[in-house]
Design a protein around this ligand. Structure first.
Ligand code: PHE
Length: 342
């Protein structure tokens, strides 16, 4: 085989291999076997001795031309393989920032808490201060100072859980009134939200644990008109301008006179419906003028000061506000119920 054919053979073989190569390392391997120091084409240069002297320059030129041509084809191929590898990497590692993902689960405020916030906003707006008291309370504050002595029949209505003879789970938020009256001088304007306890059976409108919001105002010249005006403002703020209040005579040992307060039915706006049992009114709280006897027991001069108090059932007004038919729904923590208040 003459040298020209050998060169052509090496060239063809190299180009055929080149087409098959798919990895950069294999390409480098191919370069070394053909163009490397011990490569096949380089080997031909070394065997120039066997070529006739007059042909040597010509043969040298062919070999060099072939080397250059193969080098540039190898480089082209290398560039193409690198571009391919980059493209593949870009595709493999791509992040689709537009891909939808599940929304994070966000909790909601319990309806009781949001209504409490609204009630507190309303009273703070009227100049009241928020005060809290202990849930485990002394009999002294829960009953005695509120004019409910031992063996008084009013204790029966609020039968509760006794820790010992002198300590109870408070049956209402009224002991906070007594605590504040015994430690502060008038003027006093407070609301006291909190948890209270009664030995009640669970049903649609009762729970042994529930919440109240107590209100107390003591100053000179406080009258029942102030009580009425305050509760009226509260009712309108919470349920709307067309909601009115109605006072009915009642009895509490710590207020005199006492009144049960009704609001225009939020559902029928007073026309009479199933919710208000046809009366157009719904009972929401107890209230009255602070009994002078209570003022005196708490160290406030009843000849100088007078005051009013009220106690709102939080669950009650939450149920009315949202049309919740069963009190138990509010304590079960079922997400299907809670989600509706988003
Ligand atoms: N403490 C009373 C109750 O729980 C409500 C009330 C509070 C009544 C303040 C009058 C004044 O039934």
């Amino acid at each position: 085989m003459d040298i020209q054919e050998q060169i052509a053979g090496i060239r063809e073989a190299c180009l055929r291999e080149l087409d098959k190569v798919s990895a950069l390392q294999d390409l480098e391997q191919l370069r070394v076997t053909v163009l490397g120091k011990k490569g096949s084409l380089t080997g031909l240069l070394r065997s120039m001795g066997q070529v006739a002297p007059e042909l040597r320059p010509k043969v040298g030129q062919w070999i060099n031309q072939t080397r250059e041509a193969l080098e540039s084809r190898l480089e082209e191929r290398a560039a193409a393989l690198k571009a391919q590898a980059l493209e593949k990497r870009l595709q493999d590692e791509a992040i689709d920032v537009t891909e939808p993902r599940p929304l994070p689960r966000v909790g909601v405020q319990h309806p009781n808490s949001s209504v409490l916030d609204q009630v507190i906003d309303c009273f703070v707006g009227l100049g009241f201060e928020v005060v809290e008291g202990p849930q485990i309370e002394l009999d002294h504050f829960n009953f005695e100072l509120l004019n409910i002595p031992k063996n008084h029949p009013a204790r029966d209505a609020q039968d509760t859980f006794y820790i010992d003879d002198n300590t109870v789970l408070r049956t209402h938020t009224s002991p906070v009134q007594a605590r504040v009256m015994t430690t502060r001088k008038p003027p006093i304007r407070i609301v006291c939200p909190g948890r209270v306890f009664r030995a009640d059976e669970v049903d649609a409108t009762h729970s042994p644990v529930f919440h109240q919001i107590e209100g107390l105002v003591i100053d000179e010249h406080i009258t029942m008109a102030d009580l009425r005006g305050t509760l009226d403002a509260f009712a309108k703020r919470l349920y709307g301008k067309d909601i009115a209040t109605r006072f009915r005579p009642s009895f509490f040992p710590f207020t005199e006179p006492s009144a049960e307060v009704d609001l225009t039915c939020f559902n029928c706006r007073g026309k009479g419906c199933r919710v208000c049992k046809g009366t157009g009114w719904i009972e929401v709280l107890g209230s009255g003028m602070v009994n002078p006897k209570v003022l005196e027991m708490c160290g406030i001069d009843p000849s100088k000061y007078s005051g009013f108090a009220f106690g709102i059932g939080l669950e009650r007004i939450t149920m009315l506000r949202y049309g919740i038919p069963d009190m138990r729904l509010m304590y079960e923590g079922d997400e299907r119920f809670l989600r509706q208040f988003r």
